[in-house]
Design a protein around this ligand. Structure first.
Ligand code: FEO
Ligand code: CA
Ligand code: CA
Length: 688
């Protein structure tokens, strides 16, 4: 079992569709001056050229963004949260914190039972949204809904139960550590935010919580199992990565790397075409849940994985409501789900599929939302059209902007027919990845979060975190942190002249929907930033808005705040050497969307990922999540024994705080994922 059991780095797309970098390459070919510059070996790398020009043309039509006034923080490889002068960061809700008055407090030795874990905070906090109570300003009290993406087995069990999924209670405890927390939060008399331990709103949703499959695919044979002949009733949600919030006040949580929980020991089992395209494999990601619960055994319950990979809608205001898996939004590895209204008040949900060479999707509802009638949103996500993005390289404004089209994934159109394996719309949605392959969508460098700028309708950002599976050469890459792949061989063609064939640092794309309407069928795009490292050479430096003060790699969580600032969180390498020298721990930065200037705001503790961000309506309280502090032994501060241990997982299981003691600071405890509250000491808007 790997200490990095989660695998964001697999690849299952073996289609021949265009890769975005193919298009960038064609754009260069289209523009002779750029090709000549490239071929002459000009000092600037290709992407530096792109970056300069993009900066020059990017701001003319952009809105006035919120001001950014703090002093940037330096990188750090320490084991603490770093925020700018004049700001305070307080830890509020950690893995294992009890959500009811009677639940047991976190014990610190991982001896909790699965029943105890069910009423404590889950692990690996991720996407998070704030829900004010109706009729209040929401600036000092509300509800937080947040994801618990996965668990770290090495911290999650004591030595006696480590790596023993065949003991059913151990598997149950892991399943119970996943899912969602809904907690009431308030600012107390001392001005500190706290969660309300005995609130009736508090709720844990886990991998065992009953929920309903709704929409066009509900009830399809591929969703039926021995335990559920209806194909509509499913237990739980898993690998909830990013999330979103609807205008009618629900939390939409995303099932990402669900494939990793399934496996089998059955001799001779091999994946079928559908399973292969979704990365299902006998070994899974090594969790071994099939040993403790046959629901996760691919040979016993081959359709159970089809009941995961959806967007799940949860009403945080209704603690007894049953979550709904909305099949109209398609089945894939959803990163987050960014929901806005179109010009005619249709619900539009942007959602990326995070794997190398996968796609960006959006859903547009058939019905419309009436803000005066909250109930009009109730089933809006059950009927509509799912689209997938094709990025084209056409001149729009300046040389480096392209156009794009949203391609409908509708049965009977564009080859999505029975003879091509799609018997009906349900199958188009269950096999959304294959449907996207067929209509000619553009392969992307791992689509992570999508963030809409609500101060500028139609403007949407997409984080492409990194990619080491492009180009013709089998180039090894350090961003492939655990070396595993799923289906493995897809490599969209690349010219060697493209200096970011191995995109270790990632980039952020900006989309402007045509007519500033989220429901538009076409869009313009430009690259907002190409991350990189000024300490390196050529294209590795990134675009011109990257310098020594803001260098970073692997943008992942992104959100636009209420005043229009773009916040960027990273889930990348933190060895602080080689490609990542001077970049330190994972971090959070903020960008002015008019000037593209990027400033580092926060650095996380050792081994963590910074992910998930939301605000109170006044923008004066920011909630972020820190996940998996203490993970990965490549960190420069990791003890030598950890780095060199032949079985790192067993070693860290026996020495859980050797690498990080965040947030409790106790050698006797465990590193714990947690929600952090950030305030400006003068009470001002965060970022000013
Ligand atoms: Fe769960 Fe793609 O990050
Ligand atoms: Ca992520
Ligand atoms: Ca990531």
């Amino acid at each position: 079992m790997s200490s990095l059991i989660r695998d964001d780095d697999g690849v299952s797309n073996t289609s021949a569709n265009d890769h975005l970098h193919d298009l960038i390459e064609r754009e260069i070919a289209r523009n002779p001056s750029r090709r000549n510059m490239l071929k002459s070996g000009a000092a600037l790398g290709l992407l530096g050229i792109f970056g300069s020009a993009l900066t020059a043309c990017g701001g003319s039509s952009a809105p006035a963004a919120g001001s950014i006034g703090f002093k940037a923080v330096a990188t750090s490889s320490g084991d603490a949260i770093v925020v700018p002068e004049g700001y305070t960061a307080d830890v509020m809700y950690r893995w294992g914190d009890p959500i009811t008055a009677t639940a047991s407090a976190f014990k610190g030795d991982a001896s909790e039972t699965w029943r105890e874990q069910e009423v404590q905070s889950g692990d690996n906090h991720d996407g998070i949204n704030f829900f004010p109570f109706p009729g209040t300003d929401g600036n000092s009290r509300g509800i937080l809904a947040m994801n618990h993406e996965y668990i770290n087995p090495e911290y999650f069990h004591n030595v006696a139960n480590f790596n023993k999924p065949e003991i059913p209670d151990n598997t149950k405890k892991q399943v119970a550590g996943h899912g969602v927390s809904v907690i009431e939060v308030q600012r107390n008399a001392a001005g500190k935010w706290e969660y309300v331990k005995n609130s009736t709103y508090n709720r844990r949703i886990t991998g065992y919580t009953p929920m309903t499959l709704t929409g066009p695919a509900a009830g399809h044979d591929l969703l039926k199992t021995a335990a559920d002949a209806t194909g509509t009733e499913v237990l739980g949600t898993l690998n909830n990565c990013g999330a979103g919030q609807t205008p009618w006040g629900t939390f939409i949580t995303c099932e990402e790397n669900f494939n990793g929980y399934f496996g089998t020991d059955a001799a001779g089992w091999t994946p079928d075409t559908l399973q292969n395209r979704y990365g299902l494999a006998a070994a899974g990601f090594g969790y071994g849940w099939h040993k403790g619960d046959p629901r996760f055994d691919l040979a016993v319950n081959p359709n159970e994985p089809n009941r995961f990979g959806w967007v799940v809608e949860i009403d945080p205001y209704s603690p007894t409501s049953k979550p709904k898996k909305r099949t109209a939004l398609g089945r894939f590895k959803h990163e987050n789900a960014e929901c806005v209204l179109s010009k005619t008040n249709k619900a539009v949900v942007y959602t990326g599929c995070d794997e190398r060479n996968e796609y960006l999707y959006k859903f547009v509802s058939t019905g419309t939302y009436d803000a005066a009638n909250k109930a009009s949103g109730a089933n809006l996500l059950d009927a509509g059209i799912l689209y997938v993005a094709r990025f084209d390289a056409g001149t729009v404004v300046g040389d480096n902007q392209g156009t794009g089209a949203w391609l409908p994934l509708v049965h009977g159109q564009n080859g999505l027919t029975a003879e091509n394996g799609f018997a009906n719309q349900a199958e188009v949605l269950i096999k959304a990845r294959q449907a996207a392959d067929r209509v000619g969508a553009t392969m992307m460098d791992r689509p992570e979060w999508v963030a809409a700028n609500r101060t500028k309708p139609g403007e949407v950002f997409l984080a492409c975190t990194n990619n080491n599976r492009r180009g013709s050469a089998a180039t090894p890459s350090s961003n492939n942190v655990n070396g595993s792949t799923t289906a493995g061989s897809a490599r969209p063609a690349l010219d060697e002249a493209n200096p970011r064939a191995v995109n270790n640092w990632g980039h952020v794309i900006r989309i402007n929907e045509m007519g500033a309407d989220a429901a538009a069928l076409t869009f313009n795009w430009d690259i907002f930033v190409i991350a990189g490292n000024p300490a390196l050479e050529g294209t590795k430096k990134g675009s011109s808005n990257i310098d020594a003060s803001n260098t970073f790699n692997s943008p992942d969580g992104i959100q636009v705040d209420p005043e229009g600032r773009l916040w960027i969180q990273t889930d990348g390498q933190y060895s602080n050497t080689g490609d990542y020298v001077n970049q330190g721990n994972n971090q959070m930065l903020v960008a002015d969307t008019t000037t593209k200037k990027i400033t580092r705001f926060l650095v996380g503790p050792a081994g963590c990922e910074v992910t998930g961000v939301c605000w109170t309506p006044d923008g004066r309280t920011m909630f972020i999540n820190i996940q998996h502090p203490g993970e990965v032994g490549s960190h420069p501060n990791a003890p030598a024994a950890y780095k060199s241990a032949t079985d790192k997982d067993a070693w860290i299981n026996a020495n859980p705080t050797a690498f990080s003691k965040w947030p409790d600071g106790s050698s006797a405890g465990r590193p714990r994922s947690g929600t952090v509250v950030i305030r400006k000491n003068d009470g001002g808007v965060i970022g000013t």
